[in-house]
Design a protein around this ligand. Structure first.
Ligand code: GLU
Length: 484
């Protein structure tokens, strides 16, 4: 049933490993659409061309499908309001920017990056919040025309009222008031002709007839810019629903430095999508003890957007583990369990790839579990003692593990060749030979000094698992250092 007119979307930016926060927001929108008899849409927001990649876009689609959150309109399935990828819509935004310029709601800004840096430095020194100072706000029409004609690079910024406040009603936060004083003259069109997130987001939500915008709380402060754009265009704004950020149990912001946040990490570990959806769904609905195990249909039945859970969105790993265990033990019969194990082991081709690597080292088939188990294990049990055989002293081992953990994030496309190239570059930056950097990594990945080829193994394990193993290994070495 999709006839209520309710249209919601998930609008991920494909700039990194798909995050559990994206699954959380997507699930909310999905439940909302199902509950209201509406339509759930997927739009790719890739206006940040330097950070968006096709690989990450594919991963977002795969991850959300793995979660069971199918959309009715999107870049892969099309739909009446396409294209659903902002880079494919680039030319659609320009007339809207021109209309704002014409009506005097926006202005061209010729400030160089250097001037903006100086301006921000001065604001920091004076303890003022960073904000565009209006340098180009009142240039004469003649001057603007001349500078545009001369081909001077520039951006387009929106004008912001100089007094008063923006008021709006949010589905979670209620009545919100944000003074215009706190709102920046947002860039709408970048010098390269690409719209910014704010511009593209508002135009697309309007053109795609989105009725409710449900997204993370971090966007609440952007609402005044969006509301103002809707007003400038004379369009009705959608209803806003800002979801509380997911936090760690200690209330700190969920970040990959603290806990794995990639959906692919949880799928590789053998968490069931049903369990992850069950766990995330419970963050929205009020239930009594004993009712925790819920299918998607039960989540939909219990979902009530007017009565959202107030308990805060804690990403409680123990609870997720508990629910996952219950799903595995209670919700699957034997056949389903077998099928699931095989699907899991074969995910991303890792069983086949692992066996391929192991073939050249195998004496009898019974060696295979020992050779390949680290590719499937949740934990390879690395301790300080695991590093006893490496030649580098613990401090140096630690610095290798930590540097690699941070620098591997620079790889845009994750495969054996890019991993090898980045590790070579890291070794060079650290002034070390590759053969010095590699042994600690072998142990971090496999728990053993003798293992399958490193670069291939890291490619199979995937970015999120590699990051987590490097982190656990670094912790183990750090403990040894402190103890001695
Ligand atoms: N592209 C934004 C993000 O990645 C979407 C925010 C929104 O839903 O408006 O979070």
């Amino acid at each position: 049933m999709t006839n209520s007119g309710v249209r919601v979307r998930i609008a991920p930016s494909p700039t990194g490993e798909p995050h559990v926060g994206t699954a959380y927001t997507a699930l909310f929108n999905y439940l909302f659409a199902k509950k209201m008899g509406g339509t759930f849409i997927l739009r790719i927001e890739d206006t940040d061309a330097t950070r968006s990649t096709p690989e990450f876009e594919q991963k977002v689609l795969d991850a959300l499908k793995w979660c069971g959150l199918e959309w009715s309109e999107g870049p892969d399935v099309g739909g009446p309001y396409g294209p659903y990828r902002q880079s494919d819509r680039k030319d659609m935004y320009r007339p809207y920017v021109d209309a704002l310029l014409e009506k005097g709601h926006a202005f061209r800004c010729f400030c160089t990056p250097q001037r903006l840096d100086e301006m921000r430095a001065a604001q920091r020194a004076a303890n003022l919040p960073p904000k565009y100072d209006g340098h180009c706000l009142n240039l004469s029409a003649e001057e603007v025309t001349a500078r545009v004609k001369a081909g001077e690079p520039h951006v387009v910024r929106m004008k912001i009222p100089t007094s008063g406040a923006c008021t709006f009603t949010d589905g979670v936060y209620g009545d919100v008031e944000i003074p215009w004083d706190a709102v920046d003259m947002q860039v709408l069109l970048k010098a390269d002709g690409m719209p910014t997130y704010h511009m593209a987001n508002v135009v697309d939500d309007h053109l795609m007839k989105i009725t409710h915008v449900a997204r993370g709380e971090e966007w609440l402060a952007s609402v005044p810019k969006h509301v103002l754009l809707y007003t400038y265009f004379g369009w009705d704004a959608p209803q806003f629903i800002h979801l509380p950020l997911m936090r760690n149990a200690d209330k700190s912001k969920l970040s990959k430095r603290k806990n794995p946040t990639s959906i692919s990490y949880y799928s590789a570990l053998g968490f069931l999508p049903e369990a992850l959806m069950n766990f995330l769904g419970l963050l929205f609905i009020q239930i009594s003890e004993g009712e925790e195990l819920m299918t998607m249909d039960q989540l939909i039945a219990n979902f009530d957007p007017d009565n959202l859970s107030k308990s805060g969105a804690i990403f409680d790993l123990q609870k997720l583990e508990w629910l996952n265990g219950r799903w595995l033990r209670e919700a699957l019969d034997e056949e389903q369990f077998f099928a699931l194990v095989l699907t899991w082991a074969s995910e991303s081709d890792r069983l086949r790839e692992g066996l391929k690597l192991a073939q050249s080292r195998v004496g009898k088939l019974g060696d295979l579990p020992g050779l390949t188990s680290f590719l499937l294990s949740a934990d390879v049990g690395v301790t300080g003692a695991s590093f006893a055989g490496v030649k580098t002293p613990p401090e140096e081992t630690l610095s290798i593990l930590e540097t690699v953990q941070v620098d591997l994030d620079k790889i845009l496309e994750w495969n054996k060749d890019t991993i090898e190239a980045e590790l070579r570059a890291i070794a060079e930056r650290m002034g070390k030979k590759l053969k010095v950097v590699v042994p600690p990594l072998f142990i971090a990945m496999s728990g053993s000094q003798r293992s399958l080829p490193l670069f291939d193994s890291m490619a199979i394990l995937g970015r999120a698992m590699v990051r987590q193993r490097l982190k656990l290994a670094a912790q183990a070495v750090a403990i040894t250092i402190i103890k001695n």
